[in-house]
Design a protein around this ligand. Structure first.
Ligand code: G3P
Length: 217
């Protein structure tokens, strides 16, 4: 399973990239707004750090506007992916951008049928939002599982990115169903490192080693 970082926060992206676990990055207008920085230079900086797809979202509401923005964003770097909100305008933009060999990521997907439509429009990536579904009492991971089945049934090659991840169990569940990509907020990614037995083990090794050094002195 590939790990994308769901953030526009450069220090976290650098840290994960330094460990080889930033296969890509997904941003959205809310995540960019949190950074309080200009969008274009921020995307350029992220693209230079990560050797993989970096999603940058369009904000226009009509297909023509999305295509124009998509072309501009795609000009920032070779690894920019144009994130397009699901909808009738969005899928027209996806079709047009993909026809120009500009890769897209359809976002705000909440059902397997939306995923099927996005795949038929030719999206390179599709992002079901599982946390937001869980929030309203629907099982987000069921949508991912069904979307994977539906795409496989018709040999459609869009890649599913499991998005709106809220906690480590979401990551585990995604891995157990064989999801190809999970996009993880840094706060969740760093939690995956934590285990009390690892901490206890490290402390014990350190204490035993120090004990030996004292004995040998
Ligand atoms: O990649 C989508 C993600 O950023 C949405 O997450 O937590 O706002 O539902 P969240």
């Amino acid at each position: 399973m590939k790990f994308f970082l769901d953030t526009a926060h450069v220090p976290d992206i650098r840290k994960a990239a330094g460990m080889g676990i930033a296969d890509g990055v997904t941003t959205n207008p809310s995540l960019v707004a949190k950074e309080g920085r200009d969008f274009i230079p921020l995307v350029r900086e992220i693209c230079a750090i990560v050797d993989g797809p970096v999603s940058a979202e369009v904000t226009a509401e009509d297909a023509d506007g999305m295509v124009r923005q998509g072309r501009d964003l795609a000009g920032i770097a070779g690894n920019v992916i144009i994130k397009v909100p699901f909808g009738q305008e969005g899928l027209q933009a996806v079709r047009a951008l993909e026809a120009e060999k500009i890769a897209t990521n359809v976002t705000l997907v909440f059902s397997p049928l939306q995923a099927l439509l996005a795949a038929r429009a030719g999206a390179s990536y599709i992002s079901p939002f599982i946390g937001r579904l869980d929030d309203v009492g629907h099982r987000g991971m069921d949508v991912v599982e069904q979307a994977l089945d539906v795409l496989a049934n018709y040999d459609l090659h869009s890649q599913i990115i499991v998005a709106s991840i809220r906690h480590p169990l979401h990551v585990l569940e995604a891995a157990l169903i064989g999801a190809p990509i999970v996009t993880v907020p840094p706060a969740v990614l760093w939690k995956l490192f934590d285990h009390p037995l690892t901490d206890i083990g490290v402390a014990r090794f350190k204490a035993d080693w120090q004990g030996l050094q004292e004995k040998l002195r």
